[in-house]
Design a protein around this ligand. Structure first.
Ligand code: IMP
Ligand code: MG
Length: 193
């Protein structure tokens, strides 16, 4: 629903990760990835839209030559829980055979989305596939998933900002914040659920 008034920050219960902490950790991840892929081919794949801010900052923290590409997926079913059934809305522009792929994700929750994506990309026979996720909620994991680099492990709270959304809002907040429960209960009430 279009929104034309109010301040997004009013809907935030508290800031979980502030801008400076994000900046420092993303730089650190960039350095580690840089060292790891030294003298190798590298293609970063960002899963839209949640990882756009992370991708933009991470790729600038990686000095070695690399390419970037984007994919968009959608989880079937509305709401805040991922169903594990994923639909590709936008595919990669180029083949990935024999390339070193690094998937850049915003957050891993149940793990279903990435497990599906890994299976799909693996069929295209890349040389390697690794994962970097800005956030991880390990307590929510439903399928085992090897994450190569994680920015922050966070508790089981719904977070928004720095690309992450609730109902498409809050992506532009420069920090990661915990959404007030009243915000999603209002929406659920409005939807009659
Ligand atoms: P999974 O398939 O359960 O791992 O879900 C991962 C996806 O769910 C992420 O890429 C996000 O789009 C979304 N998601 C999970 N937790 C949150 C959250 O706390 N805030 C915003 N989006 C989330
Ligand atoms: Mg996502």
């Amino acid at each position: 629903m279009p929104r034309t008034s109010g301040t997004l920050a009013d809907d935030i219960d508290h800031i979980l990760i502030d801008e400076e902490t994000l900046r420092m950790r993303v730089r650190e991840l960039g350095r580690e990835i840089n060292d790891f892929y030294q003298d190798q081919d590298l293609l970063l794949i960002s899963v839209l839209k949640g990882s756009i801010m992370f991708m933009a900052d991470l790729c600038r923290a990686i000095d070695i030559p690399h390419e970037i590409d984007f994919m968009a997926t959608s989880s079937y079913g509305a709401g805040m829980e991922s169903t594990g059934v994923v639909r590709i809305i936008k595919d990669l522009n180029n083949p990935i055979a024999d390339r070193n792929i690094l998937i850049v994700e915003d957050i891993i929750d149940s793990g279903h989305t990435l497990t599906y994506l890994l299976g799909l990309l693996d069929q295209r026979q890349p040389k390697s596939i690794r994962i970097v996720s800005l956030l991880d909620k390990p307590s929510r994991r439903e399928v085992e998933l090897a994450v190569d680099w994680t920015g922050f492990s966070i508790p089981n709270e719904f977070v928004v900002g720095y690309g992450l959304d609730f109902d498409e809002w809050y992506r532009n907040l420069p920090y990661i914040g915990v959404l007030k429960c009243s915000v999603y209960s209002e929406l659920e009430d409005a939807a009659g659920s």
